[in-house]
Structures are given as C-alpha cells and as structure tokens.
Design a protein around this ligand. Structure first.
Ligand code: GLP
Length: 243
C-alpha cells in the first residue's frame, strides 16, 4: 500500500486526478472504475480541468461505476446515475455507450448483477479504480459482514450508512435501504486502485484498513492484499495511523 498524506482536499484531489490522467495518457482506451460520494468530487473537477486543458481525452475510455441505490431511477437527483452525470459525464467526452452504472430499477436485480459482472469481464477488466471509504470501512456498498461478497450483488444497507448518506436526501426515510454494488473480487481485480479519504470521521476506518486485521468486518482492509493500491488521505483522515 502506498500512503500519501496531503495538507488540503485540493492537493488530495489533484494527486488522485493526476494518477488517473497518467493512466489515460499512457492508455487512452483505459477501463476506469468510478465512485460516488463527496470524496472524489474534487478529483472529478480536476480531471475536467485537465480534459479542458487538452491533456486527456475520454473518447476511447470505458467506465464502470461501483454501485447504485435500488429503487432510484437515473433521473432521480439522489441516484448515482444523476450524480455522475452532474459531476463528471456532462463535462467530458466519454461516450454514453461506454458508460456503465449498475441499474437500480432492473426488473430482475439478480440478472442485472450477473450481467454487470459479464460486461466488466468483456471490457477486459478495470485498469484503474477510484474508491472512497464509508465511516464503517465499506467500499462501494460492500458493508461489514461475516464474509466477503465476490461479485456484483444486492446489499441491505447498514443503519449507519443510511444515516451517513441521509445528508444528501430531504429526510432519512427517503434513503433507500438497498443497493446494488460491485463485489470485493470485482474491486480487487482492478489493476490499480486509488482510494481517497478526508476528515476525522474517516480516521478510524482508515486506521483499520491500513493497520488492522484483514476482515470482512472492515471490508476496505482487504486492500492490504492488492499489489497496486494508493491511499491518499488528508491529515485528519490519517490522524490515527501509528506512523
Ligand atoms: C457511499 C458510497 C461509497 C462512498 C461512501 C463514502 O456509501 N457507496 O462508494 O465511498 O459513500 O462517501 P463520502 O465520500 O461522501 O464520505
């Protein structure tokens, strides 16, 4: 694990974006794995800036998002489809047919999950995946559990995740209780992983991820086994690390 601690969110965002940008410069037809949540927003803004400066191009890029709430249609402002459109896709030249986000409204969610795995496989796997981390150590929507879920699956969200994500909704009752998420194997098979985390609220999960035992009770701890993971933290998120 490479660990980088930055002074500001802007610096963290620039560093994460630069890792993505260098991937796209070296391999213009990269398959990129994208995440939602507030943590990668700065990185997306920086990628848009680099794109506008003419240094990267998304023409041949294929993208796969980690997850989506079940029950929210793409035009729902709280959906991850909507989030990605607002924060990244509407600003760059990624082709709509190359964008993949799990469907939250498929008639058969199990089939949708299997189809998603197949599409990732057929695209040749993910070259670089960005991750945030939940307060409870979740990645994507892989919640603390007694076992790791390998593939794209349906998740029952934890109460603390619902509470943490309620800030994006009008009322906590509006937060969906289920989601569809890539599994741990999907994430671990990405050739490179960049995880970004900021703020004191993430410090405990970050410490467990880096210094704790590898356990499905703190899903991000599995990243200790990945050969190419870069963790970019601000000082608050890094504050409980021993060195
Ligand atoms: C959600 C997403 C995760 C994200 C997490 C943290 O639960 N499914 O992918 O990492 O929130 O979000 P934030 O970055 O807003 O703290």
């Amino acid at each position: 694990m490479k660990i980088i601690v930055t002074k500001t969110y802007e610096e963290l965002s620039r560093k994460a974006a630069n890792l993505f940008a260098s991937q796209l410069i070296l391999k213009p037809n990269s398959v990129i794995g994208l995440a939602t949540g507030s943590s990668p927003i700065g990185m997306y803004q920086e990628l848009i800036r680099i794109y506008n400066a003419g240094d990267i191009d998304f023409e041949e890029v294929v993208s796969f998002n980690l997850d989506e709430y079940i029950g929210l249609s793409p035009d729902n402002e709280q959906s991850y489809h909507y989030f990605m459109e607002q924060n990244l896709f509407s600003h760059i030249n990624l082709r709509p047919e190359n964008i993949h986000i799990p469907s939250g409204i498929a008639l058969d969610m199990e089939v949708a999950a299997k189809t998603y795995d197949k599409m990732i496989e057929e695209a040749g796997g993910i070259d670089i995946q960005v991750l945030g981390i939940g307060n409870n150590g979740h990645i994507g929507f892989n919640e603390p559990d007694v076992k790791f879920e390998a593939r794209t699956h349906i998740v029952e969200l934890e109460q603390d995740t619902i509470e943490a994500n309620a800030r994006f909704f009008n009322a906590i009752e509006e937060v969906p209780t289920k989601a569809i998420s890539m599994g741990i194997k999907n994430i671990m098979q990405s050739r490179k992983i960049v995880l970004v985390a900021t703020g004191e609220g993430k410090a405990k999960a970050v410490q467990g991820m880096i210094e704790g035992p590898i356990t499905p009770e703190l899903p991000a701890s599995v990243l200790q086994l990945h050969p190419d993971v870069t963790i970019i933290l601000d000082e608050a998120a890094a504050s409980l690390l021993s060195k």
